[in-house]
Design a protein around this ligand. Structure first.
Ligand code: 13P
Length: 339
């Protein structure tokens, strides 16, 4: 590997207290679903206009250090005839790219899934580099059920994450390693903790086997939560359970942990991040965000697919980014939502 300087520079540009990562890497089917919910059509022009709105939000760079994009976005233009990655970097927001190709059922393992996209990855990364991307993301997904995830499912997913991360570092891309334990279901918080701990153990074993330099990667985990069909746990309960699992599994060499929101509401996700930072004590890692829905939802709603609502949408995004920035310092208060 001869990308030490490049990888360290990307880490330095991404990992900063008070600045998080915006996940705006919705695949075409996912963004169509989000647009349908606000009554907008998923045309190429609408997707471009929406992504441009996000990335040209005045002041966003104060609270956001990186953005994960979907392949299509790398070649789309911001309104001022600038490509989207350049528009992001104009605010010192590092452009990144989702490189996995989505999940399929894991053969012979009912209920378990696995993510595809390793074939030709090095070549694709070379292309993405030309287009301005400097870091990458790959997501593996785990559903909790009575007998899932299976032990071999956990191993297979860990292996994929490690192989992806190795290709990334070999090509000078900082890998975001995203094992997402889903909230779907009626499992308890304790069961989520048990599964998340097993998953992260396997992931870091695999990263070690595959010679990943931990200082040059970022972890994007889910928080430890009760299943969606259960009553919600308090932010302090979520933070305590999440911190316990992270301390047991994540080496101190990892510079930063960027949580996904995974279906938490925007305010809930901010309150939980805040509790994590208040409860972490002396910690080797930054505890930060890489939220998709929890950052974008209010903006998407305010926009509604209409050009005349762009400013309102940008204000909604900036508000969430600013409040999450405060939560990274443990300085967020509920009443700020009305301020
Ligand atoms: P959410 O925060 O909406 O879960 O999205 C983050 C993400 O990148 C999922 O892969």
């Amino acid at each position: 590997m001869n990308h030490e300087h490049v990888l360290q520079t990307t880490i330095d540009d991404l990992v900063q207290t008070g600045r998080g990562i915006l996940a705006a890497d919705e695949s075409s089917p996912t963004i169509a679903k989000r647009f349908q919910a606000i009554g907008a059509e998923s045309t190429e022009e609408n997707r471009r206009a929406y992504r441009s709105l996000l990335l040209t939000t005045p002041g966003l760079g104060e609270f956001i250090s990186g953005v994960i994009l979907y392949e299509e976005a790398l070649t789309q233009q911001a309104d001022a005839a600038t490509l989207l990655p350049a528009a992001a970097w104009a605010q010192k927001i590092v452009p990144g790219i989702k490189v996995d190709k989505g999940k399929i059922p894991l053969a012979l393992h009912p209920g378990d899934e696995i993510t595809e996209g390793l074939d030709g990855l090095a070549k694709r990364l070379a292309n993405y580099r030309e287009q301005g991307a400097r870091f990458a993301k790959w997501r593996e997904v785990y559903t909790i059920g009575e007998h899932i995830p299976s032990a071999s499912g956990i191993e297979a997913n860990a292996e994929m994450l490690a192989r992806y991360a190795a290709v990334c570092q070999n090509e000078g891309f900082v890998p975001i390693v995203e094992p997402e334990v889903l909230m779907d279901g009626d499992h308890s918080l304790a069961r989520c903790a048990e599964v998340t701990e097993a998953v992260l153990h396997a992931v870091f074993h695999a990263l070690h086997r595959h010679r990943i330099v931990l200082e040059w990667m970022l972890l994007k985990p889910s928080m430890v939560l009760p299943g969606k069909l259960q009553p919600k746990a308090s932010p302090k309960t979520v933070a305590d359970a999440t911190l316990r699992v992270l301390r047991r599994t994540v080496p101190a060499a990892v510079p930063s942990i960027h949580f996904l929101s995974g279906g938490q509401g925007p305010e809930e996700a901010t309150a939980n991040l805040n509790a994590l930072n208040q409860g972490k004590g002396p910690s080797p890692w930054h505890l930060n965000i890489s939220y998709g829905r929890a950052l974008q939802q209010p903006a998407l709603q305010a926009w509604g697919g209409k050009a005349e609502h762009v400013q309102a949408a940008q204000q909604a995004l900036l508000k969430r980014a600013r409040l999450n920035s405060l939560a990274m310092r443990g300085a967020y208060l509920d009443e700020m939502e009305n301020g």
